[in-house]
Design a protein around this ligand. Structure first.
Ligand code: GLY
Length: 563
């Protein structure tokens, strides 16, 4: 090494060591006791209020989930699904799977025509794309196991929000305008969302309030049985969908063991299958751990190269091996074996990009979207909850049940309709994620909790379809390796690679042309036309004095509220 290079490397190493010993000064909202970070102020407010009234993080989870269904209908929901990872104050961890599942009548080739081609839009738009919703079963299960406040007390806050209405933000007005035509196409022009909404308008949801009252009164039966279930099943079938009252009545949320792994001195707790988040992130971290990524510099060409090559290999495995663990044998210990992962990176070279086709085949277009939503909660006792929930696409299937007051998911598209054909996120699936009756579709949702030195350190997650896993991993690295505050770690520009298509996507700002040219010269294919925002991370960091720093993503209307 030349003397100047040696001095620079030593200097970087000293800075890195210094950083690890001196945690970043917070730049986001800081509270003393408790906090909720979510996609909407109204939802964070309700979650925080519940904890102020003596509720715990789990009560706040229920309130936040429901409030997002009112205030953030593009992804918040009672008619979608999701995953929760939790860590109680005493260190007990666990996770809940309230992912949607295929109806009992589902078949492997249900989205294929007589020539075996995927029927355009059938798994994404309208009633045929709907999976059996899991969110209400999820919140009721959470309340049964951990709830402190009466369910009705929590619901009343959200029912009031639905009845009094929610103000349309500028970003929301824009998105409602963009989707208006498709709402009319799927629902007719008499639907609530056929109206034009401007920034500052108030939207009230009296019919959703009625549905919420039925759930508050009857628990899960208020949604999965009786009047609401009958109306819902009839509505879906009248619109050409497959879900029956029997499908609704037999839905169950499932408590699952989370994926837990070490990265240096962090202990990372994340969601296992049917989410691919935990396993894929574990693989990425294991593959980059032998390198001192901090010494390369944040978003430097070397850091991007290393992360991209690890992601390329991890996503190739994701798409082939992962699916619903109740239906397929997932070779988890093989996929997470240190020797296997070291071998996987054996052909990585700093000089030249690995080609994805050298790992497997495939050709496709990527279409990213910002569907799904995540919220992070820490309460005054130290319980932490990380939840990612979704309708899949923005406003799910776009089918809005006016009588019950909510959009229906289009989660069936997360199955692989035909092996080798990409879904709406450009993810190419395999047999493990093929459609079967009552099977859960593979997800990328990655609600995560991180411990440092045995203590709660970070609660993190994001929307973003297939980009969720890399966005969560980069946020953790930003905080840990690059010593950023929670807010800065969330704000930092992100990039993404998912094996296929073999392209690196960069966010619009923060990556220079010279950096991209350098990567191109090594054979990386850079998607210059598409520079979407990647994820909307909502996270909380526990500071060394026990206070909480929120990281609410400025890419959306996200907000950190607590006390
Ligand atoms: N629907 C997006 C996901 O589950 O990953």
């Amino acid at each position: 090494m030349k003397p100047l290079k040696y001095v620079l490397a030593l200097f970087t190493l000293i800075i890195c060591l210094h950083c690890k010993q001196n945690p970043a000064t917070p730049t986001g909202t800081v509270t003393e006791n408790a906090m909720v970070v979510s996609a909407r102020q109204e939802a964070s407010e309700i979650g925080s209020k519940i904890m102020k009234e003596g509720g715990n993080a789990f009560d706040a989870m229920i309130g936040t989930q429901l409030a997002l269904a009112v205030a953030y209908p593009r992804a918040g929901n009672i008619s979608g699904g999701g995953f929760m990872v939790y860590r109680q104050a005493d260190g007990t961890i666990g996770s809940l799977d309230f992912r949607e599942k295929a109806p009992k009548s589902a078949q492997k080739d249900m989205y294929l025509d007589s020539l075996d081609n995927v029927i355009p839009n059938m798994s994404t738009l309208g009633a045929a794309s709907i999976g059996v919703p899991g969110s209400v079963a999820g919140i009721i299960e959470v309340h049964k196991k951990f709830g402190k406040l009466p369910l009705k007390q929590i619901f009343e806050l959200v029912i009031a929000l639905a009845e009094n209405g929610v103000e349309v933000t500028a970003k929301q007005a824009e998105i409602l305008k963009n989707y208006r035509e498709v709402f009319i196409k799927v629902n007719s022009d008499s639907t609530k969302f056929a109206q034009v909404y401007k920034e500052g308008d108030k939207i009230t949801y009296p019919n959703l309030a009625k549905t919420l009252r039925a759930i508050a009164e009857h628990g899960r039966d208020g949604f999965y049985k009786g009047e609401v279930a009958k109306k819902l099943a009839n509505f879906i079938q009248a619109n050409g969908g497959f879900i029956t009252e029997d499908d609704l009545a037999s839905y169950e949320a499932i408590w699952r063991t989370p994926v837990v792994f070490q990265y240096k001195d962090l202990n990372i707790i994340s969601m296992g299958p049917p989410s691919s988040g935990g396993v894929t992130m574990n693989q990425i971290f294991e593959m980059i751990e032998p390198y001192n990524i901090a010494s390369f510099g944040h978003n430097s060409d070397k850091a991007i190269q290393l992360f991209t090559e690890a992601s390329r290999r991890a996503y190739a495995d994701r798409n082939y091996f992962l699916g619903d663990p109740d239906f397929v044998d997932i070779p988890t210990s093989f996929l997470l074996n240190n020797n296997y992962l070291a071998n996987r990176m054996a052909d990585f070279s700093w000089k030249k990009a690995t080609k994805s086709e050298a790992i497997a085949h495939g050709k496709l277009e990527i279409i990213e979207s910002m569907e799904t939503t995540h919220y992070s909660i820490v309460d005054q006792e130290g319980n932490a909850v990380s939840v990612t929930t979704t309708l899949n696409g923005n406003f799910g299937s776009k089918l809005y049940c006016d009588e019950l007051g909510f959009f229906l998911n289009n989660e069936m598209d997360d199955f692989s309709a035909k092996a080798g054909v990409p879904n709406m996120f450009g993810l190419v699936g395999a047999e493990a994620n093929s459609i079967e009756p009552e099977k859960r579709m593979l997800s990328s949702m990655t609600p995560t909790i991180v411990e440092k030195d045995g203590q709660l350190w970070m609660v993190v997650g994001t929307p973003g379809g297939s980009t969720i896993i890399t966005a969560v991993a980069q946020t953790i690295l930003n905080g840990y390796e690059f010593n950023m505050s929670m807010q800065d770690a969330v704000n930092a520009p992100r990039f993404h690679h998912q094996w296929l298509p073999d392209v690196v996507i960069f966010e619009p700002n923060g990556f220079s042309s010279s950096l991209k040219e350098k990567l191109k010269s090594k054979g990386y294919i850079i998607n210059e036309e598409r520079t979407p925002i990647i994820g909307k991370v909502d996270a909380i960091r526990v500071l060394s004095d026990g206070r909480l720093e929120g990281g609410a993503d400025p890419r959306g209307d996200d907000s950190a509220i607590g006390f």
